[in-house]
Design a protein around this ligand. Structure first.
Ligand code: ADP
Ligand code: ADP
Length: 226
């Protein structure tokens, strides 16, 4: 777990679009922070800069004690969850969960322990031998979350992870995410354009517009004001 601090962060894309403009944001250790705002407001860009998938044009980003401005994603100790799951289609659920740990040459008993715990937490125990094609959308997204969990990173970065699911599933996945966050307490940055998602998931919500931070506050203070 770690705090994530953005200080005066800018992103100017080739062509001159200023996608993020002077962003100052402190995400506390263990906090669930939602970045919300209309399409094009810069929330994905902000998340991708925290992940190291996009260079920053100015300012500073730190994760824990470390300034990460020029670190590649693999050295940031974060795990991403994407909208499109990004599972390996030829591998079973179990193999998908274990793959990243195997690559890191983690001892087999530790891999089995982590995969078993994640599968239990996410209700995937009975699907471990299936391939992604034989899973529902919700189950696939659980596997994607499982892959992030087994790595035991300092932070989770999630980009619209529920957007491809139907309304009913989104409701149950929101509940699962809340439970997971209560249990694991891992610092999370979560991007969505959905205000209900922002309200039900966030400890705090950061509202962006045209690359500029409008407000950052608890859901109660942001949305329940008369
Ligand atoms: P959001 O996630 O809020 O929808 P984005 O961060 O994707 O917003 O985009 C913010 C702005 O940056 C938009 O104007 C978008 O068109 C622009 N943009 C995003 N990615 C690129 C890119 N790779 N090259 C140029 N402009 C981009
Ligand atoms: P995975 O752990 O998803 O099976 P790999 O272990 O092959 O993937 O990861 C390749 C690189 O990408 C590694 O350096 C790792 O740190 C990084 N990486 C892997 N998974 C994620 C993730 N969910 N989010 C961010 N970076 C990741």
């Amino acid at each position: 777990m770690a705090s994530i601090v953005l200080t005066n962060v800018d992103k100017i894309y080739a062509g001159g679009v200023k996608a993020v403009n002077g962003l100052n944001l402190e995400i506390k250790d263990g906090e669930f922070m939602v970045l919300v705002g209309p399409s094009g407001c810069g929330k994905s860009t902000a998340l991708r800069m925290i992940a190291g998938l996009e260079d920053i044009s100015g300012g500073e980003i730190s994760i824990g004690e470390k300034v990460v401005n020029h670190l590649p994603p693999k050295d940031r100790d974060i795990a991403m969850v994407f909208q499109n799951y990004a599972l390996y289609p030829h591998m079973t659920v179990e193999e998908n969960l274990a793959f990243g740990l195997k690559l890191r040459k983690m001892p087999k008993p530790e891999i089995q322990k982590r995969v078993g715990e994640a599968a239990k937490m996410l209700g995937l125990e009975t699907y471990l031998k299936r391939k992604p094609a034989a899973l529902s959308g919700g189950q696939r997204q659980r596997v994607a979350m499982g892959r992030a969990i087994v790595r035991e990173p300092q932070a989770f970065l999630m980009d619209e992870p529920l957007s491809n699911l139907d309304a009913k599933l989104r409701v149950s996945m929101r509940a699962s995410l809340n439970t997971l966050h209560e249990r694991l307490g891992v610092t999370t940055v979560y991007v969505t354009h959905d205000q209900v998602e922002a309200m039900t998931l966030g400890d705090r919500v950061c509202v962006l517009r045209d690359g500029i931070l409008q407000q950052v506050d608890t859901p109660q203070n942001l949305f329940d004001k008369p």
